[in-house]
Design a protein around this ligand. Sequence first.
Ligand code: GN1
Ligand code: MG
Length: 368
Amino acid sequence: MNPELQAVHFFVPEHHISNIVPFGEGNINDTFAVTLQSGEQRILQRLNPDVFPDPELVMRNIRLVLDHLAKQLQEGGSGRDNFTPLSLYRGKTGDCYRADDGSIWRLMNMVKDCRTCQSVSTVNQARELGKGLGFFHRMLSTLDSGKLADTLPGFHDTPEYLRKYDAVRSSQKMPASLDTDLCCRFIEQRRSMVALQKDLGEKLTHGIIHGDPKVANFLFNHTMEKVISLIDLDTVKPGLLLHDIGDALRSCCNPAGETPGDKNTVFFDPEMFQAWLEGYFSRAGFLLTGKDRELIVDSVLLISFELGLRFFSDYLAGNHYFKIRYQNHNLHRAMVQFSLVRSIENQQDALVKIMHNTAKDANRLDNE
Ligand code: GN1
Ligand code: MG
């Protein structure tokens, strides 16, 4: 019997299952859509044990966050914002199944009538994504982050990613190609950028972060006009809100997506940037300090560079971390992130201005 069937039987009796198929485009975990005889659907997921060293702790974080979100939505203190929370199903002896190979599986609800996309196509969607992350941060701002474990130490430690890159370079024979040379040169020219991390650590708002707020992890309603949920909670943990904000913006404001056919189409869209900020500030602007705001553009630069570095290092090391669909997939992904970095650099002053004006307008609206 294949592993997904074995896992699903922990949660649902065999005769209730009608169909089970691979689902989504995640780079780390294995995800399946399960259809029951009743027609209802569920999401079955296997946590990648090579990435998450302590999957039980991941599950504990998720439980704490889901319980808190459910309570917040019930009490209505933060409003509802069309938000549909996820929930974990219980199986024979609990809400997660440990397979013989040690991996952990869980079953969650499939949010009804929702749609996802890999990249944004309208300014309204960008605003909705900003609202969605802002609402999520606002709801979790009343949960003590000290209760959550750091399940991925060093997850946004850019200097550490640079050290790992150096280590891979010195231990492997470099595949000789023009693209590889370009990436190496690009990284060399930006070594000093990782020092930003120092700034990012001080005077900035700590809280509970989602850890992976890319476009594909937000659920839209069927018309693609409203964000109704945020999925993929494996990386929820204590962290800097700016890390989430930077990551969400690098994904949202790149309409070409993470793997466009032509990497020359990659561009950081300032209109999407403004709309995203308007959305975020309307829900969670009060959580940010002046220093947080000042560093928003830098944080998008840093996270885009960091992700490019992670993809490129994984390519050099033999593609053990991110799943690939073709041989040079991680190289291509890295070049896309580096193109995004260049596009942000070229517009940096204008983006900072947009940020200041949007923050000012948001303050004015708050005070009216
Ligand atoms: C990974 O598996 P997925 O797609 O949810 C990665 C994120 C990256 C993202 C880029 C635990 O997330 O950090 O931003 O790919 N997750 C982990 O697509 O490393
Ligand atoms: Mg993820």
